[in-house]
Design a binder for this molecule. Structure first.
Ligand code: PLP
Length: 391
């Protein structure tokens, strides 16, 4: 570990709060460090490892595709890209019938912003307080947190941030408003679940004012919340949708979906990507969706998610340090009454990896294949961490 830490600290840009472990192997929800110590992974690479680490079908699909064709520009047709496009549109909310593939979530957001501006001929986008949409300039401008943005100003003009309140949104709509950009369930914001009424009113408001709805499903999509897309919990039908994290089970990919009349507003050559839609990423995407369907992952998420949340709520009644448990499916937050940094590090020592969210929330985004037994193991470790804390 000492060697690797030294080399990384020397040669890799030091931009992350790192846990002091070096991981080199994964299987299912387990990870191993280079000394062979085992960890239960509730980070899932930030919600990316949807079907578990190194799922055999995913490994096979990537291996086969790598032996056949790795790269193929979007200016040539490719059967694997065609197949993932068809598949993804078929599982997406109605109306989203064409897709553009990217390599990341932020790129999918950039594409959505360009598309909304071009189609409507308007430039303003309304986003929400606590929203997270990525780190590139357009996506960053749509993100809320001042800490992420301030040092890099000036940002892209035309973005406003509002609370989840219909009056406030109405007041911010003007003649130049192109779209509302929303995470139906906020992730980085701390797993914030809106009221059904709010989403209903938002949809009406947008329809009335001819404003597009862009759903950022990058974290909450692909079965994470017990529906294929979190919009389905609210009967939300976006005009544009962004997907990424879990889409290819860990392989880098992103996607922007929209109605084809919206896509038709782009002239040829006005958008593009060198790597986006490459056969290797698309093969990983197809394999991931197939696993989700074959293994009835959505049912597993509903059952295991409910169980996990209920058990965490039981812990909350025992430990006063826990302020609130929030979650849908396997997108779960545990809010504490104080900063969680020590809790997270103590958990690492005991073999459990969880995500920080803000300073006083920890988040669980485990692989969606997690079993009841594994959840019990997670809860056991968590309980010893909480117990230590109260000592
Ligand atoms: C992670 C995330 C992004 C950014 O995705 P990257 O692949 O890191 O660019 C955008 N929106 C949401 C909701 C996310 O969780």
């Amino acid at each position: 570990m000492i060697d690797i830490k030294e080399i990384e600290d020397k040669y890799i840009a030091n931009i992350y709060h790192k846990r002091p472990i070096a991981i080199n192997k994964g299987k299912g929800i387990k990870l191993w460090d280079i000394d062979g110590k085992e960890y239960l992974d509730c980070m899932g690479g930030w919600g990316v490892s949807s079907v578990g680490h190194s799922h055999p079908d995913l490994v096979q699909a990537i291996t086969n595709q790598a032996q056949t064709l790795i790269t193929c520009t979007g200016t040539l047709y490719n059967p694997v890209r065609a197949k993932l496009g068809e598949k993804l549109c078929s599982i997406s909310p109605k109306g989203l019938n064409q897709v553009f593939f990217t390599n990341s979530g932020a790129e999918a957001i950039e594409c959505a912003i360009k598309l909304a501006r071009k189609y409507t001929g308007k430039s303003e986008i309304i986003a929400f307080k606590k929203a997270f949409h990525g780190r590139t300039f357009g996506a960053l401008s749509a993100t809320w947190k001042p800490k992420y943005k301030k040092p890099f100003e000036p940002l892209v003009p035309g973005f406003k941030h509002v609370g989840q309140n219909i009056d406030e949104i109405s007041q911010n709509i003007g003649p130049n408003t192109a779209a509302i950009l929303i995470e139906p369930i906020q992730g980085e914001g701390g797993v914030i679940i809106p009221k059904l009424d709010f989403i209903n009113s938002l949809q009406e408001l947008c329809k009335k004012n001819n404003i597009l709805i862009i759903a950022d499903e990058i974290q909450a999509g692909m079965a994470r919340t017990g529906k294929m897309f979190s919009s389905e919990h609210f009967n939300l039908f976006p005009d544009i949708m962004c997907v990424a994290k879990g889409l290819a089970g860990g392989f880098p990919i992103g996607a922007t979906l929209a109605k084809n009349e919206i896509w038709e507003s782009l002239n040829k050559g006005e958008h593009g990507s060198t790597f986006g839609g490459n056969p290797l990423a698309c093969a990983a995407g197809i394999a991931t969706i197939n696993i989700i369907e074959k293994e009835k992952i959505i049912d597993n998420v509903k059952i295991k998610g409910n169980y996990f949340i209920e058990e965490l709520k039981k812990l909350q009644t025992k430990y006063n340090s826990i302020r609130e448990i929030r979650g849908v499916g396997l997108m779960i937050a545990m809010e504490f009454r104080f900063p969680t940094k020590d809790i997270i590090l103590n958990a690492v020592e005991k073999g459990l990896l969880v995500l920080p969210t803000g300073i006083n929330v920890i988040r669980f985004l485990p692989p969606l294949t997690i079993t009841k037994k594994e959840i019990d193991q997670v809860l056991n470790i968590l309980e010893t961490v909480l117990h230590d804390l109260e000592q």
